[in-house]
Design a binder for this molecule. Structure first.
Ligand code: GLN
Length: 557
Protein backbone atom coordinates (compact mmCIF):
# COMPACT_ATOMS: atom_id res chain seq x y z
CA UNK A 1 0.00 0.00 0.00
CA UNK A 2 1.37 3.39 -1.01
CA UNK A 3 0.62 5.15 2.27
CA UNK A 4 2.29 2.51 4.40
CA UNK A 5 5.99 2.67 5.14
CA UNK A 6 8.26 -0.34 5.49
CA UNK A 7 7.77 -0.86 9.22
CA UNK A 8 4.13 -1.43 8.52
CA UNK A 9 2.94 1.85 10.02
CA UNK A 10 1.04 4.36 7.91
CA UNK A 11 3.12 7.39 6.90
CA UNK A 12 0.51 9.57 8.57
CA UNK A 13 1.86 8.33 11.90
CA UNK A 14 5.13 10.08 11.15
CA UNK A 15 3.33 13.31 10.29
CA UNK A 16 1.50 13.16 13.62
CA UNK A 17 4.77 12.18 15.30
CA UNK A 18 6.55 15.25 13.86
CA UNK A 19 3.71 17.62 14.65
CA UNK A 20 3.40 16.39 18.21
CA UNK A 21 7.18 16.44 18.62
CA UNK A 22 7.40 20.16 17.86
CA UNK A 23 4.34 20.86 19.96
CA UNK A 24 5.85 19.08 22.96
CA UNK A 25 9.14 20.93 22.28
CA UNK A 26 7.13 24.12 22.69
CA UNK A 27 5.31 22.92 25.79
CA UNK A 28 8.14 21.32 27.74
CA UNK A 29 10.74 23.87 26.64
CA UNK A 30 8.55 26.61 28.08
CA UNK A 31 7.72 24.52 31.15
CA UNK A 32 11.44 24.15 31.88
CA UNK A 33 12.00 27.87 32.32
CA UNK A 34 8.53 29.11 33.29
CA UNK A 35 8.78 28.89 37.09
CA UNK A 36 12.33 30.25 37.09
CA UNK A 37 11.11 33.17 34.99
CA UNK A 38 8.24 33.84 37.41
CA UNK A 39 10.53 33.79 40.43
CA UNK A 40 13.60 35.57 39.06
CA UNK A 41 12.11 38.08 36.62
CA UNK A 42 8.54 38.60 37.83
CA UNK A 43 9.69 38.38 41.49
CA UNK A 44 7.08 35.83 42.56
CA UNK A 45 7.64 33.70 45.64
CA UNK A 46 8.55 30.09 44.82
CA UNK A 47 5.51 28.99 46.78
CA UNK A 48 3.20 31.10 44.62
CA UNK A 49 4.96 30.08 41.41
CA UNK A 50 4.33 26.42 42.32
CA UNK A 51 0.64 27.11 42.90
CA UNK A 52 0.28 29.00 39.60
CA UNK A 53 2.25 26.32 37.78
CA UNK A 54 0.04 23.52 39.17
CA UNK A 55 -3.11 25.42 38.23
CA UNK A 56 -1.76 26.16 34.75
CA UNK A 57 -0.88 22.53 34.03
CA UNK A 58 -4.15 21.38 35.57
CA UNK A 59 -6.14 23.66 33.29
CA UNK A 60 -4.13 22.42 30.31
CA UNK A 61 -5.63 19.00 31.02
CA UNK A 62 -9.14 20.35 31.69
CA UNK A 63 -9.55 22.13 28.36
CA UNK A 64 -9.05 18.97 26.24
CA UNK A 65 -12.64 18.12 27.18
CA UNK A 66 -13.71 21.29 25.44
CA UNK A 67 -11.32 20.82 22.51
CA UNK A 68 -12.54 17.26 21.98
CA UNK A 69 -16.16 18.36 22.12
CA UNK A 70 -15.71 21.25 19.67
CA UNK A 71 -13.82 19.00 17.27
CA UNK A 72 -16.52 16.31 17.38
CA UNK A 73 -19.40 18.72 16.92
CA UNK A 74 -18.11 21.64 14.89
CA UNK A 75 -14.55 22.01 13.68
CA UNK A 76 -13.07 18.54 13.20
CA UNK A 77 -9.68 17.29 14.40
CA UNK A 78 -7.59 18.96 11.70
CA UNK A 79 -8.90 22.46 12.24
CA UNK A 80 -8.62 22.11 15.99
CA UNK A 81 -5.01 20.97 15.72
CA UNK A 82 -4.08 23.98 13.61
CA UNK A 83 -6.09 26.38 15.75
CA UNK A 84 -4.55 24.98 18.94
CA UNK A 85 -1.06 25.09 17.46
CA UNK A 86 -1.41 28.72 16.42
CA UNK A 87 -2.85 29.65 19.81
CA UNK A 88 0.02 28.01 21.65
CA UNK A 89 2.54 29.78 19.42
CA UNK A 90 0.77 33.06 20.11
CA UNK A 91 0.86 32.36 23.84
CA UNK A 92 4.62 31.79 23.63
CA UNK A 93 5.07 35.10 21.82
CA UNK A 94 3.14 36.81 24.64
CA UNK A 95 5.56 35.19 27.09
CA UNK A 96 8.39 36.48 24.91
CA UNK A 97 6.96 40.01 25.22
CA UNK A 98 6.46 39.58 28.95
CA UNK A 99 10.10 38.51 29.31
CA UNK A 100 11.15 41.49 27.19
CA UNK A 101 9.36 44.25 29.13
CA UNK A 102 9.53 43.09 32.78
CA UNK A 103 12.57 45.23 33.58
CA UNK A 104 10.79 48.50 32.72
CA UNK A 105 7.19 47.59 33.45
CA UNK A 106 6.58 44.75 35.87
CA UNK A 107 2.83 45.27 35.86
CA UNK A 108 2.57 44.90 32.10
CA UNK A 109 4.89 41.90 32.16
CA UNK A 110 2.63 40.22 34.69
CA UNK A 111 -0.47 40.91 32.64
CA UNK A 112 1.19 39.58 29.51
CA UNK A 113 2.16 36.43 31.37
CA UNK A 114 -1.40 35.75 32.56
CA UNK A 115 -2.78 36.33 29.06
CA UNK A 116 -0.10 34.04 27.63
CA UNK A 117 -0.90 31.22 30.05
CA UNK A 118 -4.61 31.61 29.30
CA UNK A 119 -4.04 31.33 25.55
CA UNK A 120 -1.74 28.32 25.96
CA UNK A 121 -4.32 26.56 28.18
CA UNK A 122 -6.96 26.81 25.45
CA UNK A 123 -4.48 26.09 22.66
CA UNK A 124 -3.43 22.90 24.40
CA UNK A 125 -7.08 21.99 24.85
CA UNK A 126 -7.66 22.20 21.10
CA UNK A 127 -4.45 20.46 20.15
CA UNK A 128 -3.78 17.59 22.53
CA UNK A 129 -6.93 15.42 22.43
CA UNK A 130 -7.29 15.79 18.68
CA UNK A 131 -3.81 14.73 17.73
CA UNK A 132 -3.93 11.70 20.03
CA UNK A 133 -7.29 10.54 18.75
CA UNK A 134 -6.09 10.75 15.13
CA UNK A 135 -3.35 8.20 15.84
CA UNK A 136 -5.91 5.45 16.36
CA UNK A 137 -7.96 6.39 13.30
CA UNK A 138 -5.02 5.82 10.97
CA UNK A 139 -5.35 2.05 11.28
CA UNK A 140 -7.90 -0.17 9.59
CA UNK A 141 -9.90 -2.42 11.87
CA UNK A 142 -7.89 -5.52 11.04
CA UNK A 143 -4.69 -3.71 12.03
CA UNK A 144 -5.81 -2.43 15.43
CA UNK A 145 -3.28 -4.83 16.99
CA UNK A 146 -0.62 -2.39 15.81
CA UNK A 147 -2.04 0.29 18.08
CA UNK A 148 0.13 -0.52 21.08
CA UNK A 149 3.30 -0.06 19.07
CA UNK A 150 1.80 2.99 17.31
CA UNK A 151 1.25 4.60 20.69
CA UNK A 152 4.73 3.63 21.82
CA UNK A 153 6.16 5.38 18.76
CA UNK A 154 3.91 8.37 19.38
CA UNK A 155 4.98 8.49 23.06
CA UNK A 156 8.57 8.58 21.87
CA UNK A 157 7.72 11.52 19.61
CA UNK A 158 6.26 13.31 22.61
CA UNK A 159 9.39 12.76 24.60
CA UNK A 160 11.83 13.44 21.80
CA UNK A 161 10.14 16.82 21.54
CA UNK A 162 10.29 17.28 25.31
CA UNK A 163 13.97 16.38 25.22
CA UNK A 164 14.78 18.87 22.46
CA UNK A 165 12.74 21.63 24.10
CA UNK A 166 14.42 21.05 27.44
CA UNK A 167 17.77 21.16 25.69
CA UNK A 168 17.38 24.28 23.56
CA UNK A 169 15.20 26.52 25.73
CA UNK A 170 17.44 26.22 28.82
CA UNK A 171 20.63 26.73 26.79
CA UNK A 172 19.42 30.02 25.38
CA UNK A 173 16.92 31.01 28.06
CA UNK A 174 18.41 29.97 31.41
CA UNK A 175 21.82 31.53 31.32
CA UNK A 176 24.15 31.92 34.31
CA UNK A 177 27.65 33.34 34.19
CA UNK A 178 30.72 31.68 35.68
CA UNK A 179 29.98 33.30 39.04
CA UNK A 180 26.51 31.78 39.07
CA UNK A 181 24.73 35.09 38.39
CA UNK A 182 21.69 34.60 36.18
CA UNK A 183 21.03 36.74 33.11
CA UNK A 184 17.33 37.34 33.72
CA UNK A 185 16.96 38.95 30.32
CA UNK A 186 17.73 35.68 28.55
CA UNK A 187 14.42 33.95 29.41
CA UNK A 188 12.78 35.64 26.42
CA UNK A 189 14.91 33.68 23.96
CA UNK A 190 13.69 30.43 25.46
CA UNK A 191 10.06 31.48 24.99
CA UNK A 192 10.77 32.67 21.46
CA UNK A 193 12.32 29.31 20.55
CA UNK A 194 9.28 27.55 22.00
CA UNK A 195 6.95 29.72 19.91
CA UNK A 196 8.91 29.10 16.72
CA UNK A 197 8.89 25.35 17.35
CA UNK A 198 5.11 25.46 17.59
CA UNK A 199 4.86 27.41 14.35
CA UNK A 200 7.06 24.79 12.71
CA UNK A 201 4.88 21.94 14.01
CA UNK A 202 1.73 23.61 12.73
CA UNK A 203 3.27 24.29 9.31
CA UNK A 204 4.41 20.68 8.98
CA UNK A 205 0.92 19.49 9.76
CA UNK A 206 -0.69 22.01 7.41
CA UNK A 207 1.36 20.94 4.41
CA UNK A 208 1.49 17.19 4.96
CA UNK A 209 -1.95 16.40 6.30
CA UNK A 210 -3.77 16.08 2.98
CA UNK A 211 -1.29 13.66 1.54
CA UNK A 212 -0.61 11.43 4.52
CA UNK A 213 -3.14 11.87 7.32
CA UNK A 214 -5.70 9.72 5.60
CA UNK A 215 -7.69 6.51 6.09
CA UNK A 216 -6.32 3.24 4.74
CA UNK A 217 -8.50 3.95 1.68
CA UNK A 218 -6.84 7.33 1.22
CA UNK A 219 -9.74 9.49 2.47
CA UNK A 220 -9.01 12.59 4.54
CA UNK A 221 -9.13 12.01 8.31
CA UNK A 222 -10.40 14.45 10.88
CA UNK A 223 -12.21 16.82 8.53
CA UNK A 224 -15.32 18.83 9.34
CA UNK A 225 -17.85 16.70 11.23
CA UNK A 226 -20.62 17.92 8.90
CA UNK A 227 -18.72 16.45 5.94
CA UNK A 228 -17.81 13.20 7.63
CA UNK A 229 -18.66 10.22 5.53
CA UNK A 230 -18.11 8.13 8.64
CA UNK A 231 -15.19 6.12 7.28
CA UNK A 232 -13.14 6.84 10.38
CA UNK A 233 -15.86 5.71 12.73
CA UNK A 234 -15.97 2.29 14.29
CA UNK A 235 -19.01 0.14 13.89
CA UNK A 236 -21.55 0.93 16.58
CA UNK A 237 -19.81 4.15 17.47
CA UNK A 238 -22.61 6.27 16.10
CA UNK A 239 -24.45 5.23 19.21
CA UNK A 240 -23.48 8.36 21.13
CA UNK A 241 -24.03 8.94 24.81
CA UNK A 242 -27.23 10.88 25.41
CA UNK A 243 -28.01 12.12 28.89
CA UNK A 244 -31.45 13.03 30.15
CA UNK A 245 -32.04 16.60 31.25
CA UNK A 246 -32.55 15.32 34.77
CA UNK A 247 -29.12 13.75 34.99
CA UNK A 248 -27.47 16.79 33.36
CA UNK A 249 -29.09 19.09 35.92
CA UNK A 250 -28.07 16.76 38.75
CA UNK A 251 -24.49 16.82 37.45
CA UNK A 252 -24.45 20.62 37.33
CA UNK A 253 -25.87 20.85 40.85
CA UNK A 254 -23.34 18.27 41.99
CA UNK A 255 -20.57 20.33 40.40
CA UNK A 256 -21.69 23.43 42.31
CA UNK A 257 -22.12 21.62 45.63
CA UNK A 258 -18.76 19.87 45.36
CA UNK A 259 -17.18 23.15 44.32
CA UNK A 260 -18.54 24.88 47.42
CA UNK A 261 -17.29 22.04 49.60
CA UNK A 262 -13.82 21.97 48.06
CA UNK A 263 -13.40 25.75 48.07
CA UNK A 264 -14.93 26.67 51.41
CA UNK A 265 -14.43 23.36 53.23
CA UNK A 266 -10.93 22.42 52.03
CA UNK A 267 -9.73 25.95 51.31
CA UNK A 268 -8.63 25.22 47.72
CA UNK A 269 -8.35 28.14 45.28
CA UNK A 270 -11.00 28.48 42.58
CA UNK A 271 -8.93 27.00 39.77
CA UNK A 272 -8.12 23.86 41.74
CA UNK A 273 -11.75 23.71 42.86
CA UNK A 274 -13.01 23.73 39.27
CA UNK A 275 -10.57 20.99 38.28
CA UNK A 276 -11.47 18.68 41.17
CA UNK A 277 -15.22 19.18 41.03
CA UNK A 278 -15.56 18.87 37.25
CA UNK A 279 -13.75 15.53 37.36
CA UNK A 280 -15.98 14.22 40.13
CA UNK A 281 -19.26 15.44 38.67
CA UNK A 282 -18.47 14.13 35.19
CA UNK A 283 -17.61 10.77 36.75
CA UNK A 284 -20.94 10.84 38.59
CA UNK A 285 -22.84 11.76 35.42
CA UNK A 286 -21.48 8.80 33.49
CA UNK A 287 -21.94 6.19 36.17
CA UNK A 288 -25.54 7.26 36.81
CA UNK A 289 -26.49 6.50 33.20
CA UNK A 290 -29.30 3.94 33.24
CA UNK A 291 -28.31 2.27 29.97
CA UNK A 292 -25.18 0.78 31.54
CA UNK A 293 -25.11 -2.96 32.06
CA UNK A 294 -23.66 -4.44 35.25
CA UNK A 295 -20.42 -5.45 33.55
CA UNK A 296 -20.02 -2.05 31.90
CA UNK A 297 -20.62 -0.31 35.20
CA UNK A 298 -18.08 -2.46 37.02
CA UNK A 299 -15.47 -1.78 34.36
CA UNK A 300 -16.11 1.93 34.70
CA UNK A 301 -15.57 1.61 38.45
CA UNK A 302 -12.15 0.17 37.65
CA UNK A 303 -11.37 3.25 35.51
CA UNK A 304 -12.41 5.49 38.40
CA UNK A 305 -10.34 3.63 40.95
CA UNK A 306 -7.30 3.75 38.66
CA UNK A 307 -7.94 7.43 37.93
CA UNK A 308 -7.92 8.14 41.65
CA UNK A 309 -4.52 6.52 42.16
CA UNK A 310 -3.10 8.22 39.09
CA UNK A 311 -3.66 11.56 40.86
CA UNK A 312 -0.92 10.74 43.35
CA UNK A 313 1.40 9.67 40.60
CA UNK A 314 1.23 12.94 38.66
CA UNK A 315 1.27 14.99 41.85
CA UNK A 316 4.64 13.47 42.71
CA UNK A 317 5.94 13.24 39.15
CA UNK A 318 5.09 16.83 38.24
CA UNK A 319 7.46 18.30 40.81
CA UNK A 320 9.89 18.33 37.88
CA UNK A 321 8.96 21.79 36.66
CA UNK A 322 8.59 23.40 40.08
CA UNK A 323 10.19 22.20 43.34
CA UNK A 324 12.76 19.92 41.68
CA UNK A 325 13.79 22.75 39.35
CA UNK A 326 14.08 25.14 42.29
CA UNK A 327 16.25 22.59 44.10
CA UNK A 328 18.34 22.07 40.97
CA UNK A 329 18.72 25.84 40.86
CA UNK A 330 19.41 26.56 44.50
CA UNK A 331 20.91 23.58 46.20
CA UNK A 332 22.51 21.33 43.60
CA UNK A 333 26.04 20.86 42.32
CA UNK A 334 25.19 20.73 38.61
CA UNK A 335 28.64 19.85 37.41
CA UNK A 336 27.97 17.36 34.61
CA UNK A 337 31.25 15.97 33.25
CA UNK A 338 32.92 19.33 33.80
CA UNK A 339 30.03 21.37 32.42
CA UNK A 340 27.74 23.41 34.66
CA UNK A 341 24.31 22.40 33.43
CA UNK A 342 21.54 25.05 33.49
CA UNK A 343 19.12 24.21 36.35
CA UNK A 344 16.09 24.07 34.07
CA UNK A 345 17.83 21.49 31.90
CA UNK A 346 18.10 18.83 34.60
CA UNK A 347 14.54 17.63 33.88
CA UNK A 348 15.70 16.70 30.36
CA UNK A 349 16.64 13.26 31.66
CA UNK A 350 12.99 12.27 31.79
CA UNK A 351 12.45 12.79 28.05
CA UNK A 352 15.80 11.25 27.24
CA UNK A 353 15.13 8.10 29.27
CA UNK A 354 11.65 7.70 27.77
CA UNK A 355 13.14 7.78 24.27
CA UNK A 356 15.72 5.19 25.32
CA UNK A 357 13.43 2.90 27.30
CA UNK A 358 10.01 3.05 25.63
CA UNK A 359 10.79 0.26 23.17
CA UNK A 360 12.64 -1.98 25.67
CA UNK A 361 9.65 -1.65 28.00
CA UNK A 362 7.15 -2.68 25.37
CA UNK A 363 9.45 -5.59 24.46
CA UNK A 364 9.54 -6.56 28.12
CA UNK A 365 5.73 -6.66 28.28
CA UNK A 366 5.64 -8.69 25.03
CA UNK A 367 8.16 -11.13 26.44
CA UNK A 368 6.31 -11.53 29.74
CA UNK A 369 3.06 -11.97 27.84
CA UNK A 370 4.55 -14.74 25.75
CA UNK A 371 5.54 -16.48 28.99
CA UNK A 372 2.07 -15.88 30.41
CA UNK A 373 3.57 -13.74 33.15
CA UNK A 374 2.57 -10.22 32.14
CA UNK A 375 1.16 -8.37 35.16
CA UNK A 376 -2.35 -6.98 34.67
CA UNK A 377 -2.54 -3.21 34.12
CA UNK A 378 -3.49 -2.15 37.69
CA UNK A 379 -0.51 -4.15 38.93
CA UNK A 380 1.81 -2.30 36.52
CA UNK A 381 0.40 0.94 37.83
CA UNK A 382 0.99 -0.08 41.43
CA UNK A 383 4.59 -0.82 40.41
CA UNK A 384 4.77 2.67 38.85
CA UNK A 385 3.61 4.28 42.09
CA UNK A 386 6.01 2.18 44.12
CA UNK A 387 8.93 3.24 41.91
CA UNK A 388 8.08 6.91 42.45
CA UNK A 389 8.18 6.29 46.21
CA UNK A 390 11.58 4.61 45.80
CA UNK A 391 12.93 7.56 43.78
CA UNK A 392 11.94 10.06 46.45
CA UNK A 393 13.21 7.81 49.22
CA UNK A 394 16.65 7.75 47.64
CA UNK A 395 16.77 11.50 47.17
CA UNK A 396 15.38 12.14 50.67
CA UNK A 397 18.27 10.19 52.11
CA UNK A 398 20.75 12.11 50.04
CA UNK A 399 19.54 15.51 51.16
CA UNK A 400 19.36 14.40 54.79
CA UNK A 401 22.83 15.52 55.77
CA UNK A 402 23.16 18.52 53.48
CA UNK A 403 22.15 21.00 56.17
CA UNK A 404 21.16 24.37 54.82
CA UNK A 405 24.22 24.98 52.68
CA UNK A 406 25.47 21.63 51.34
CA UNK A 407 24.89 20.86 47.67
CA UNK A 408 23.11 17.82 46.29
CA UNK A 409 25.12 16.04 43.58
CA UNK A 410 23.37 16.14 40.20
CA UNK A 411 23.73 12.38 39.82
CA UNK A 412 20.99 11.89 42.42
CA UNK A 413 18.56 13.97 40.41
CA UNK A 414 19.51 11.99 37.30
CA UNK A 415 18.88 8.75 39.19
CA UNK A 416 15.55 10.16 40.35
CA UNK A 417 14.51 10.88 36.76
CA UNK A 418 15.71 7.45 35.67
CA UNK A 419 13.53 5.69 38.22
CA UNK A 420 10.60 8.02 37.62
CA UNK A 421 10.80 7.37 33.88
CA UNK A 422 10.54 3.61 34.49
CA UNK A 423 7.56 4.42 36.70
CA UNK A 424 6.01 6.55 33.97
CA UNK A 425 6.41 3.77 31.42
CA UNK A 426 4.65 1.33 33.77
CA UNK A 427 1.78 3.68 34.37
CA UNK A 428 1.12 6.33 31.74
CA UNK A 429 0.78 4.57 28.37
CA UNK A 430 -0.74 1.56 30.14
CA UNK A 431 -3.42 3.74 31.73
CA UNK A 432 -4.34 5.30 28.42
CA UNK A 433 -4.85 2.01 26.68
CA UNK A 434 -6.66 0.52 29.69
CA UNK A 435 -9.27 3.29 29.57
CA UNK A 436 -9.78 2.50 25.89
CA UNK A 437 -10.23 -1.20 26.59
CA UNK A 438 -12.56 -0.84 29.58
CA UNK A 439 -14.84 1.91 28.27
CA UNK A 440 -18.14 1.12 26.62
CA UNK A 441 -17.77 2.67 23.16
CA UNK A 442 -20.46 5.29 23.59
CA UNK A 443 -18.73 6.67 26.69
CA UNK A 444 -15.17 6.34 25.52
CA UNK A 445 -14.31 9.99 24.91
CA UNK A 446 -16.08 11.10 28.06
CA UNK A 447 -14.20 8.51 30.09
CA UNK A 448 -10.94 9.72 28.54
CA UNK A 449 -12.13 13.11 29.74
CA UNK A 450 -12.48 11.78 33.29
CA UNK A 451 -9.05 10.20 33.01
CA UNK A 452 -7.46 13.45 31.81
CA UNK A 453 -9.26 15.27 34.60
CA UNK A 454 -7.55 12.96 37.04
CA UNK A 455 -4.24 13.99 35.43
CA UNK A 456 -5.39 17.59 35.88
CA UNK A 457 -6.19 16.91 39.53
CA UNK A 458 -2.75 15.38 39.94
CA UNK A 459 -1.19 18.55 38.57
CA UNK A 460 -3.27 20.72 40.89
CA UNK A 461 -2.17 18.58 43.83
CA UNK A 462 1.40 18.87 42.51
CA UNK A 463 1.03 22.64 42.83
CA UNK A 464 -0.15 22.37 46.43
CA UNK A 465 2.62 19.93 47.32
CA UNK A 466 5.30 21.96 45.53
CA UNK A 467 4.29 24.98 47.59
CA UNK A 468 5.31 23.23 50.83
CA UNK A 469 8.95 23.10 49.79
CA UNK A 470 11.00 24.51 52.68
CA UNK A 471 13.73 27.15 52.25
CA UNK A 472 16.66 25.98 50.11
CA UNK A 473 20.35 26.89 50.33
CA UNK A 474 20.09 30.18 48.43
CA UNK A 475 17.62 31.56 50.99
CA UNK A 476 19.98 30.87 53.89
CA UNK A 477 22.86 32.41 51.97
CA UNK A 478 20.86 35.52 51.12
CA UNK A 479 19.66 35.88 54.73
CA UNK A 480 23.23 35.54 55.97
CA UNK A 481 24.29 38.33 53.60
CA UNK A 482 21.57 40.47 55.14
CA UNK A 483 22.92 39.60 58.58
CA UNK A 484 19.91 37.45 59.45
CA UNK A 485 20.04 34.03 61.13
CA UNK A 486 17.29 32.39 59.07
CA UNK A 487 17.78 28.92 60.57
CA UNK A 488 17.46 30.38 64.06
CA UNK A 489 14.24 32.18 63.09
CA UNK A 490 12.77 29.07 61.40
CA UNK A 491 13.64 26.97 64.47
CA UNK A 492 12.02 29.65 66.64
CA UNK A 493 15.27 30.00 68.58
CA UNK A 494 15.73 33.60 67.45
CA UNK A 495 12.99 36.21 67.33
CA UNK A 496 13.03 38.22 64.09
CA UNK A 497 12.77 42.00 64.37
CA UNK A 498 10.25 43.92 62.29
CA UNK A 499 13.07 45.21 60.06
CA UNK A 500 14.37 41.70 59.49
CA UNK A 501 10.90 40.45 58.59
CA UNK A 502 10.60 43.28 56.09
CA UNK A 503 13.97 42.46 54.55
CA UNK A 504 13.06 38.77 54.30
CA UNK A 505 9.72 39.58 52.64
CA UNK A 506 11.46 41.84 50.13
CA UNK A 507 13.64 38.90 49.18
CA UNK A 508 10.75 36.44 48.88
CA UNK A 509 11.95 34.51 51.93
CA UNK A 510 9.39 33.12 54.35
CA UNK A 511 10.21 33.43 58.09
CA UNK A 512 8.24 30.27 58.93
CA UNK A 513 8.39 26.68 57.78
CA UNK A 514 5.61 25.42 55.49
CA UNK A 515 2.91 23.21 57.01
CA UNK A 516 1.18 20.27 55.35
CA UNK A 517 -1.81 18.46 56.88
CA UNK A 518 -0.82 19.78 60.30
CA UNK A 519 2.84 18.74 59.96
CA UNK A 520 5.54 21.38 59.87
CA UNK A 521 8.06 20.67 57.08
CA UNK A 522 11.46 21.56 58.55
CA UNK A 523 13.80 20.56 55.75
CA UNK A 524 14.13 18.97 52.32
CA UNK A 525 14.32 15.50 53.84
CA UNK A 526 10.84 15.87 55.33
CA UNK A 527 9.59 17.46 52.11
CA UNK A 528 10.65 14.47 50.02
CA UNK A 529 9.35 12.02 52.60
CA UNK A 530 5.86 13.48 52.04
CA UNK A 531 6.05 12.07 48.50
CA UNK A 532 7.45 8.75 49.71
CA UNK A 533 4.54 8.33 52.11
CA UNK A 534 1.85 9.46 49.65
CA UNK A 535 2.94 7.38 46.68
CA UNK A 536 4.11 4.48 48.82
CA UNK A 537 0.71 4.21 50.53
CA UNK A 538 -1.07 4.59 47.20
CA UNK A 539 1.08 1.78 45.75
CA UNK A 540 0.31 -0.59 48.62
CA UNK A 541 -3.43 0.07 48.58
CA UNK A 542 -3.63 -0.31 44.79
CA UNK A 543 -1.60 -3.51 45.03
CA UNK A 544 -4.02 -4.91 47.62
CA UNK A 545 -6.98 -3.92 45.45
CA UNK A 546 -5.62 -5.68 42.37
CA UNK A 547 -7.47 -9.01 42.85
CA UNK A 548 -10.75 -7.12 43.24
CA UNK A 549 -10.03 -4.97 40.19
CA UNK A 550 -9.21 -8.06 38.18
CA UNK A 551 -12.66 -9.41 38.97
CA UNK A 552 -14.39 -6.14 38.10
CA UNK A 553 -12.55 -5.97 34.77
CA UNK A 554 -14.33 -9.11 33.55
CA UNK A 555 -11.64 -10.67 31.44
CA UNK A 556 -9.88 -7.52 30.24
CA UNK A 557 -6.19 -7.53 31.08
N1 GLN B 1 4.36 13.32 29.14
C1 GLN B 1 3.19 12.97 28.44
C2 GLN B 1 2.71 14.09 27.56
O1 GLN B 1 3.10 15.20 27.67
C3 GLN B 1 2.08 12.50 29.39
C4 GLN B 1 1.54 13.53 30.28
C5 GLN B 1 0.24 13.06 30.94
O2 GLN B 1 -0.43 12.14 30.51
N2 GLN B 1 -0.14 13.69 32.00
O3 GLN B 1 1.88 13.90 26.71
Amino acid sequence: MEQTSKQGHPKGLWVLFGTEMWERFNFYGMRAILTLFMVNALLMKEKDASIVYGGFLGLCYLTPMLGGFIADRFLGNRNCIMLGGLMMALGQFFLFFSATVFGGNLGLANTLMWVALGIIIFGNGFFKPNISSMVGSLYPKQEKNKLDSAFTIFYMGINLGAFLGQLICPIIGDVKDAGGIRDIHAFKWGFLAAGLAMVLGTVIFYFLKNKYVVTPEGKALGGLPSKNDATDFEEGEAQKAVFSNKSLITAVLGFLALGALIHFGFGQNWIYTIIYSSGLSLAGLIISDTSLTKVERQRIYVIYIIAFFVIFFWAAFEQAGSSLTFIADNQTDRNFFGWNMPPSMVQIFNGLFVVLFAVPFSMLWDYLRSKGKEPISPMKQAIGLFLIAVSYFIIANNVKDLGNNGLLAIKWLILLYLIQTCAELCLSPIGLSLVGKLSPKRFSSLLYGVFFLSNASGYALAGTLGSIMPATGDKFKKAAELGIDLQGILDKKVLATADQLKLLAENQISPTNPVFAGFEIHNLYEFFMVFVVLTGLAAVVLFLLTPLLKKLMHGIK
